[in-house]
Design a protein around this ligand. Sequence first.
Ligand SMILES: [Mg+2]
Length: 366
Amino acid sequence: MPRTLQPVMAQRKIIHIDMDAFYASVEQRDNPELKGKAIAVGGLPENRGVVATASYEARKFGVRSAMPSKRAVQLCPDLIFIAPPRFAVYKTVSRQVREIFHRYTDLIEPLSLDEAYLDVTEDKQQIGSAIGIAKQIKAAIRDELQLTASAGVSINKFVAKIASDMNKPDGLTFIPPDKVEEFMESLPVNKFHGVGKVTAEKMNGLNLFTGADLKRLSEVELVRLFGKQGSFYHKIVRGIDDRPVEPNRETKSISAEDTFLNDLDNPVEMKEQLDRLAAIVTNRLQQYELKGKTITLKIRYSDFKQLTRSQTLPAAVSDQETIAATVLQLLLKTDIQEAKIRLLGVGVSNFADESGHAETAQLRLF
Ligand SMILES: [Mg+2]
């Protein structure tokens, strides 16, 4: 039989590592009295705070990240709050985790203090397989830092990230190259990261429940339905995600936004949501030790018209009160009488250090 020559395809090996309930796990590690208990790291309910991270014990009650702390206490009355969060400590631990990663690769792209993509195609230590590398990283994190991480291993970022979430905590999930397309076909659309609650509902309403359903639509059709994300869906359901792992990615702004299942039509609800978004943004700014001068409000109305309004303050800020008050003022300057609001977003940019000098913030966290 004649041999067919296969072209050599450069296939990447990508690991996504996600620390398990990171801030809460660090607190439980450092204070044994908190072990086995429902705890939440974040802002206090009386300060209109939000949960940054909940321990697995608290998650059993439905407590989640980005949830208002007030709501968290309703769900779990015995919840112990760790406030304020000890960001300096989490950052140190994050740096220790990064040092472990660097033993295996220099291509590291942090997504936050507790999450990163690693491109291990080069195999710095000649371990022989990406799964082997992921196992060693997990073991080092456990032995040296007394913490657990979950890993997803595959040929691209998208699949690796979904995989790391599949067997949490302390998971290791490998999606082999020849199974990627099948994996994407069977994946429910609400598990696609980047597809929020509202888009998932829209998809389900169109009888699109899995990757296989999306795959039946042409790229043109997907773009018509979902905007430019449609092109990405078209590729990803075929297992294609060419985005490289990018070390030293710059952060130019920090923001949070939410699409609502039911349009907001009264100012009280709007204010509540802005408070919550401001709290999330504040947490992130403090995590990265950033302050910004420009505060931005984003509004999308029920007819999909979008509006952004910004205000630049005399000094850089990172506190919830100022951010919340500024976006509320910006909102009140718009016409809210008849407004039906589908999405609200809060952002801070134009970062500066204490002395007012402009600063390029890099995610040098891992
Ligand atoms: Mg995590």
